[in-house]
Design a protein around this ligand. Structure first.
Ligand SMILES: C[S@@+](CC[C@H](N)C(=O)[O-])C[C@H]1O[C@@H](n2cnc3c(N)ncnc32)[C@H](O)[C@@H]1O
Length: 266
């Protein structure tokens, strides 16, 4: 699936807040190596290099488009790599992953492995969205599952179990001998412009739909528009009803789940 760094970065401030809050809870003075798994366009990885200038800082992402955008960030070694193939280097004292693991099937088992092989005194911190039951996602899934769209979209969208509960994350980190601080926050974003929720998900959750519909004709005979435009128009109308614009902007609640785990020093 292709990512679009420019579209993703349109809400860089809102998307960056959870990363900054994760980082604030990591109490590590002088890590040897710091790894950002699913680093995206690298603007947030840059904060790791600023905080720990003497560490080796690495950013990994499976998207060549994202890594190409990240290449302009100084002080970080970026490379294309799938998080599913990654294992913890012996000196990785800080591992952080923001808004990525929901894209990695079976990430819970990966977290178990990473927690087990983290070095003594190492930190493992991640954040995943917890909004798969919100209208932004349920409306997208119900439209994709409708009789008109299902033949074109198949199982392009993963289902609501892409992430676990906060309790489940604690229960996989604590038995590995780590301390774990797990919490959730619902941000209330106030978005400007027409159809801002559509614009937001265009950079993330809607990408599998856009990829599956690319270069396909509309499902209705006689409609000359590309299928992706027709889907977006129908979805936008439903989003407008679920998130009506107010005179101050569109209120967009967004729940996120955080975990910061620490392995005791030996
Ligand atoms: C929502 S973006 C988050 C980017 C960045 N961490 C941030 O907070 O701005 C999700 C990122 O995960 C990456 N990604 C998805 N699946 C991945 C995988 N299996 N391995 C590594 N990166 C992955 C995508 O390419 C994308 O850059």
């Amino acid at each position: 699936m292709r990512w679009d760094p420019a579209q993703y970065s349109r809400y860089a401030d809102e998307r960056g807040r959870p990363f900054i809050e994760l980082l604030a809870r990591i109490d590590c003075a002088a890590p040897r190596r710091v790894v950002d798994l699913g680093c995206g366009p690298g603007n947030l990885t840059a904060l790791l290099a600023q905080r720990w200038p003497s560490a080796v800082v690495e950013g990994l992402d499976s998207s060549p488009e994202m890594i190409s955008q990240a290449a302009c960030v100084d002080g970080v070694a970026f490379r294309v790599e799938d998080a599913a193939d990654w294992s913890v280097p012996v000196d990785a004292d800080v591992v952080i992953s923001n808004a990525t693991l929901q894209w990695v099937p079976g990430h819970q088992e990966l977290l178990r492995q990473w927690a087990a092989s983290l070095p003594a005194d190492g930190w493992l911190a991640f954040q995943v969205p917890g909004n798969f039951g919100a209208p932004s996602h349920t409306l997208m899934r119900s439209l994709a599952d409708s009789a008109r769209w299902a033949p074109l979209l198949g199982d392009a969208l993963r289902h609501h179990d892409a992430v676990s509960t906060p309790v489940d994350y604690a229960e996989l980190l604590l038995p590995a001998g780590l301390t774990a601080e797990v919490w959730e926050t619902t941000y209330l974003h106030v978005l400007a412009g027409p159809d801002p929720v559509l614009d937001w998900v265009r950079g993330t959750g809607l990408r599998p739909v856009l990829a599956a519909l690319a270069d396909r004709p509309a499902p209705d005979d006689g409609d000359a528009r590309p299928a992706a435009d027709v889907f977006e128009a129908e979805y936008a109308a439903e989003l407008r009803a679920a998130y009506p614009p107010t005179e101050h902007g569109t209120l967009f609640p967004f729940r996120r789940i955080f975990a910061v785990a620490h392995k005791p020093p030996s």
